[in-house]
Structure formats: structure tokens, C-alpha cells
Design a binder for this molecule. Structure first.
Ligand code: 8YV
Length: 324
């Protein structure tokens, strides 16, 4: 009998076709937003599930779905997985690293530039018919080139942003991370390791690229924002919850910092209402990895993890390899 898998969200038809060559596939091409209870009902009798960052897999789901062997996330982040509970239940988790690194770093830079140079704010002004004449101080922002770029979280995507800043824009790059990079990687990124305090105090532009966990919850709150330069910009392409969105909205309104660019939000797709009313923030709907080739590569990697594990016991990017 062929293994049964569930594709929990709408996905590229060609990826469904590929999976259907190996599995009995149930897919959610209508992209119905299932509640956790509905997801558990859909998972009955399934050996594998293709998830995105939106589906929570925890002890309750695992207890209700005893046939499940693998959850393949189409995301590099996997804070939707309770990995400890998955390991305890003998369920493998896989993510989708590497294939999105450069695309996501490109977007981090795009959001940084849009934020520092007030792109969306000035476009709204123009569209509203308010552009009557040139003024010397109209939408003046902050320079990118030659500025100090701070990066919090220096994994693959952080390094991609560092390389762009250092090599493309002549920026001075400083970073803080749980562990310091080796000397060769630091040299390649032209990045210097500093304490979190120094990062906050000296960065002209601060980009967040760290994973979400209990220890990174509200890593940037009112106290951290108060340490930043009043001219600084903050960019979050990592996860909602790393920034205290209410504190950030207040800091933007009070000009504690100059501007922010956010691709991720606490409790998204809900956005804190105060962020919607401050002008000095650029808001995008979690699209940092959204190019066709990259999303396709992420989907294929998730599919290949399902095929690799359920057919050959060889997943490509396991998160809890101990269950193997
Ligand atoms: C995903 C992301 O598109 O990979 C991640 O961790 O945040 C995005 O690239 C999103 O999580 C949906 O799976």
C-alpha cells in the first residue's frame, strides 16, 4: 500500500503531481484555513504532512495522529513545530533551508532601502495628490552606503545581508549572534562581532534575522529601542514576536527611532493596529522568500523530504535526526 500524505495548504500543482507519483495524496488546493481540530481530522491515517509555517504541530496533534511519521515544512523557520514533542513521538521534522537564503537576503536589503529612503510613505503622498512642488527636505531619509549595518542573528541569511552591505554598499557591518562566526566567515562578510548593547547603540540600520524561540521573544522591546539611535532604522524579516510590536509602534510615533520595515508580525496575519497608523513604517505581508523560483525550490525540497524519508528513510534536511 502506498503511504498517505496530506498537503495542508495550496501549493504548486507540479509539486502535487510529483508527490502523487509516490503517495496517496490529499491536498488542500482550495487553501481552506483549517482549525487545529480540522487539521487533526484531515491527518487521520496519514504517514506524512506537507506544512507551511502556518500549521502548528504539537503534542496534542501528535497524540491525535498516531500514524504520522514526518512533517515536512516548506519554510526554513520551524517555530510552528514543537520539536521536542515530535522527537518524543518519533516523528521527524524537516525544514527548507539554503534554497531561500539569497532571495530572502535580497528582500531584507530591499526592505531596508525602502525604509531608510521612505519609499512607501512618499509613494502614498504622491498617489494622494499631495505633491505640489519640490522641497529641500521632502522625504529626506538616511543613507545606506557608508552607514553602519547591524545584524542580529548571523546565520545564512544574516551573512547574505552582511555581504550585500559590505561588498555592495561599502557599509561597516557589525553583528551579534548566540555564537561568534569563525574568522574566515567573518572576513568573507567583512563583519565584526559586538555585544547586543553595542549593536543597538551603534547601528544606523539594524536587521533582525534570528530564529524565533522563547529566548528571542521580544528581543527588541521598549528598552532595546530606547538604546538605538533616533536616526536608526529597524528591519524585521525574521519572525513576529521577536519585536514587541506595540512598543515599536510607540517608538516610531515618538521618534525614538526613525523608521521600521516589517515583513513579519506578532499574531500575523493580524497586524497591530498602532502600526497601521504610523507613517514611518513599511509593512509587507511575509513575502521575503516570495519569488517564483525560490518558492518552487522550497516546495520541491519539502516534497523531496517526504519522498526521501517515507520511501528511502533518507530525508534531506532533518531537524531531529535522532528519530532516524
Ligand atoms: C515561508 C519563512 O514562506 O522560510 C521561512 O521561515 O518565513 C518563509 O520563507 C513561510 O514561513 C511559509 O512557510
Amino acid at each position: 500500500m502506498r503511504p498517505r500524505i496530506l498537503i495542508a495548504r495550496a501549493i504548486f500543482p507540479e509539486v502535487i503531481d510529483k508527490l502523487a507519483q509516490h503517495f496517496d495524496v490529499t491536498s488542500n488546493q482550495d487553501d481552506v484555513l483549517w482549525t487545529p481540530v480540522q487539521l487533526m481530522a484531515q491527518l487521520q491515517g496519514m504517514q506524512g504532512v506537507f506544512t507551511t509555517g502556518s500549521e502548528r504541530i504539537d503534542a496534542t496533534v501528535l497524540a491525535a495522529c498516531p500514524t504520522l511519521k514526518i512533517c515536512a515544512n516548506m519554510a526554513v523557520g520551524y517555530n510552528n513545530f514543537d520539536l521536542e514533542a515530535m522527537s518524543a513521538a518519533g516523528v521527524l521534522g524537516t525544514n527548507a533551508p539554503d534554497v531561500l537564503t539569497e532571495t530572502t537576503a535580497d528582500f531584507g536589503f530591499a526592505l531596508l532601502m525602502a525604509t531608510a529612503r521612505r519609499l512607501t510613505e512618499s509613494e502614498h503622498f504622491l498617489r494622494a495628490g499631495l505633491w505640489a512642488r519640490w522641497r529641500y527636505d521632502m522625504f529626506t531619509g538616511a543613507d545606506i552606503h557608508g552607514a553602519t549595518l547591524g545584524i542580529l542573528g548571523m546565520g545564512r541569511i544574516g551573512q547574505g545581508i552582511a555581504r550585500r552591505g559590505a561588498h555592495g554598499f561599502g557599509m561597516k557591518v557589525i553583528y551579534h549572534n548566540r555564537s561568534r562566526l569563525d574568522a574566515a566567515t567573518e572576513a568573507q562578510c567583512q563583519a565584526s562581532y559586538v555585544s547586543k548593547e553595542e549593536l543597538l547603540r551603534t547601528a544606523d540600520h539594524l536587521v533582525l534575522v534570528l530564529p524565533y524561540s522563547a529566548s528571542s521573544h521580544h528581543a527588541i522591546g521598549a528598552a532595546e529601542l530606547a538604546q538605538m539611535k533616533p536616526t536608526a532604522t529597524l528591519v524585521n524579516i525574521a519572525r513576529g514576536g521577536i519585536v514587541d510590536d506595540a512598543a515599536l509602534a510607540a517608538a516610531l510615533r515618538n521618534r525614538t527611532i526613525a523608521a521600521a520595515g516589517l515583513d513579519v508580525f506578532e499574531g500575523e496575519p493580524r497586524v497591530h493596529p498602532d502600526l497601521l497608523t504610523v507613517p514611518n513604517v513599511v509593512l509587507t505581508p511575509h513575502i521575503a522568500s516570495a519569488t517564483v523560483p525560490t518558492r518552487l525550490a522550497m516546495a520541491h525540497l519539502a516534497a523531496d523530504n517526504l519522498i526521501g524519508y517515507l520511501l528511502h528513510h533518507k530525508p534531506l534536511t532533518p531537524l531531529n535526526p535522532a528519530v532516524l
